[in-house]
Design a binder for this molecule. Structure first.
Ligand code: AMP
Length: 363
């Protein structure tokens, strides 16, 4: 466990905090490279637990479970950004290497910390101000103006915990709507498209970026990704420079997903980053030489990063809730690769799987 010698040799064990679909696809990629995976998740029979060598069923702050995980694993990673900071601190104190590290997690868990960090390293974002009470809300609206978007600092995802302020007079109502929690007020990004770049940094500091993808949301949830996105070389260079700045400043190891707004003149702003494999990178499973899941496992295991060249144009569509019932029809489409997460109940909006539809690069 301690002083894990990198690169990890096949047969080593990788721990993953979180047993959802991202953990499942990471576990499958790890198995292909000859690693065993141990999942820690409070839910028995989680999607990842069912394809891993082992699952520890316990809360993320269960000290006994963390000890067992640390003893079993040569390195630990995670599939979601809301892993408690204390969990990572505890694992580190037990001599366990956790990747990506605590700094990346801390930045990704709090929108004000995240945007302040990006401002510090010269990565462009929308203008923003921190809000914690009515006075700071009024000051933030005076600074940022309206319309503007109020978001909770923590735990917001898929458009949850957000409220638009159309006029200054709406500010208090918007604050009520998000539960008067500590928040960030953001200027509106006047974007034409939402893009993302999935990038990786290895233990030796090597960086590799995938081609950009173009992302379409419905009701705040990713519906469709088209990749490689049609972008100018200048846009690609901007995105890669942004990803490299973030990865280097965080001394990052693993895959990161960086969500971008493309403005009319071609300038990119970062919306947010996720310190993990990302839904907008699922297209790489069938569209690239080495996909984001294997890339992440390679990085945390201290292996060389794999090539990120595209092999096909891919349209990735999430199967939300009952969409998954079309699996038989989808499986019969020759250009469609079906990825299902083994989740039981197809509740409305729940991510049950995705499909990658392939077209040749010359089409
Ligand atoms: P987030 O939870 O920050 O990823 O935001 C969810 C979605 O809300 C994004 O994918 C955008 O479509 C939209 N959004 C977020 N922030 C802004 C902003 N500052 N201006 C305009 N739209 C935004």
């Amino acid at each position: 466990m301690t002083d894990a010698p990198f690169p990890l040799v096949p047969g080593s064990t990788i721990g993953i905090l979180g047993g959802g679909q991202l953990g499942r696809m990471l576990a499958l990629a790890a198995a292909r490279l000859g690693f065993d995976v141990v999942i820690l998740d409070p839910e028995d029979g989680s999607p990842a637990g069912r394809v891993a060598a082992r699952q520890i069923v316990a809360a993320y702050d269960d000290r006994w479970a963390l000890k067992r995980l640390a003893e079993a694993c040569d390195v630990v990673t995670y599939e979601f950004e809301n892993v408690p900071a204390d969990t990572v601190a505890e694992l580190t104190a037990l001599g366990c290497v956790v990747a990506p590290g605590a700094k990346a997690l801390a930045a990704a868990q709090d929108r004000v910390v995240e945007k302040s960090f990006m401002a510090e390293i010269g990565v462009p974002t929308v203008a923003f101000a921190a809000v914690q009470d009515s006075d700071s809300l009024a000051a933030a609206v005076a600074k940022i103006g309206a319309p503007s978007l109020l978001k909770t600092r923590r735990e917001g995802y898929d458009g949850k915990g957000q409220a638009w302020i159309q006029r200054a007079g709406d500010a208090e109502a918007a604050f009520e709507k998000i539960g008067r929690q500590a928040a960030i007020l953001e200027a509106p990004a006047d974007f034409g498209r939402e893009l993302s770049v999935i990038a990786a940094r290895g233990r030796d500091g090597e960086i590799a970026c995938y081609p950009l993808s173009e992302n379409h949301h419905e009701g705040g949830v990713l519906r469709r990704t088209v990749a490689p996105a049609r972008v100018t070389p200048a846009t690609r260079d901007q995105a890669e420079a942004i990803a490299a700045k973030i990865l280097t400043a965080l001394d990052y190891v693993g895959v990161i997903g960086v969500e971008l707004f493309e403005l009319a003149g071609g300038k990119l702003l970062v919306n947010e980053f996720a310190p993990r494999v990302h839904n907008t990178g699922h297209w790489t499973q069938d569209g690239c030489e080495v996909d984001q899941f294997e890339q992440h496992i390679r990085a945390v295991a201290g292996w060389p990063l794999g090539p990120t060249q595209p092999l096909a144009h891919v349209e990735m569509t999430n199967l939300l809730g009952p969409d998954v019932e079309a699996w038989k029809k989808l499986a019969a489409e020759p250009e469609t690769r079906v990825h299902l997460y083994g989740k039981g109940e197809a509740r409305p909006g729940r991510k049950m799987g995705h499909v990658n539809r392939l077209r040749g690069l010359k089409d």
